[in-house]
Design a protein around this ligand. Structure first.
Ligand code: NDP
Length: 280
């Protein structure tokens, strides 16, 4: 049976992951069978079982299944355990092994592609969902000075911070108190708020200093609102989630095929079709 790979999500029709994995496969001379599978929360487990029965060897998992994917794994990497979130599944015998590659993908994009030195930075993380949970430990491991997590539902920010186990360096604050938090060298939008076309980000200008980089994990239309705020606030750099998407995919590809693809060519191809919001 041919090995199969897939991304599960809901909705998933516009996912770029099949194109990215196909491009990596061409680059490495590997015939990759990678599809997008739409599964509702109720249907996710059954869809994953059917996929495994048809030769499914690896899968990416995106919104809204990352926590369900974490729960179904028999074994997990240390970083997935710390994040409580899984976006990469590898079939081992009749079980699933889970990893989270979002955080490593973001850090690699920021450091290698955008030349950012994260050490010593004060970082504001907006959001406490699956991607924020993956991003937070990776940022801490990259040597940032302080991580402040703010989420619409404050209890989830508290849970995220508790899971980090670094009370001296990582703390949660209320969204309503954003104007009292001082300024940050890095502001990361890990919310899905921008997926709502009526969304606007009215964040205090006091969050920004002369060094601030603003990163949206989203790209395309979903990144418009946050990055428009970042430009109006005169952030020094603005970065969308396209590079992270390619880097987290490369991390997954490496685990499944045991070779690390070159991401620059694939990123350049996608960037040609997805201008960074605000670019001419
Ligand atoms: P989750 O559904 O797990 O979390 C969503 C987060 O957004 C929660 O913190 C939620 O807050 C917050 N949120 C939703 N709506 C609003 C709103 N109107 N105002 C403020 N906060 C809001 O999603 P993920 O963490 O998996 O993904 C978040 C975003 O990041 C998605 O849009 C996704 O596409 C993108 N992403 C991009 C990746 C990439 O490779 N570029 C990788 C992973 C994700 P609350 O807890 O209160 O509900």
């Amino acid at each position: 049976m041919t090995d199969r790979y897939a991304v599960f999500g809901h909705p998933i029709a516009h996912s770029l992951s099949p194109d990215i994995h196909a491009a990596f496969g061409r680059q490495e001379g590997i015939a990759v069978d990678y599809r997008a599978i739409d599964a509702t929360p109720d249907g996710f487990l059954a869809a994953l079982e059917a996929f495994a029965a048809e030769g499914g060897r690896g899968a990416n998992v995106t919104l809204p299944h990352k926590e369900a994917a974490f729960a179904l794994c028999t074994t997990r990497t240390a970083r997935a355990t710390r994040a409580g979130s899984v976006n990469t599944l590898l079939r081992k015998g009749d079980r699933w092994h889970g990893d989270t590659t979002d955080g490593a993908g973001l850090v690699r994009d920021l450091t290698d592609r955008h030349g950012q030195d994260l050490r010593g930075r004060r970082v504001l993380l907006l959001g406490a969902g699956g991607s924020a949970r993956s991003v937070a430990p990776s940022l801490l491991d990259a040597g940032i000075r302080e991580l402040v997590v703010v989420n619409r539902t404050p209890e989830r920010a508290d849970e995220l911070i508790d899971a980090m186990g670094e009370p001296g360096r990582a703390l949660s604050r209320y969204w309503d108190d954003l104007h009292d938090l001082g300024d940050f060298e890095l502001i990361v939008n890990a919310t899905s708020a921008g997926r709502d076309p009526s969304a606007s980000f009215k964040l205090p200008l006091s969050l920004v200093n002369s060094m601030t980089t603003a990163v949206d994990l989203n790209y395309g239309d979903a990144a418009i609102a946050f990055l428009a705020w970042a430009r109006a606030a005169e952030c020094r750099n603005t970065v969308d989630g396209l590079g992270m998407l390619v880097e987290q995919a490369a991390e997954s590809f490496q685990q499944w095929h045991e070779v690390r693809p070159d991401t620059d060519a694939v990123y350049a191809g996608l960037r040609g079709n997805h201008r960074l919001t605000g670019e001419e």
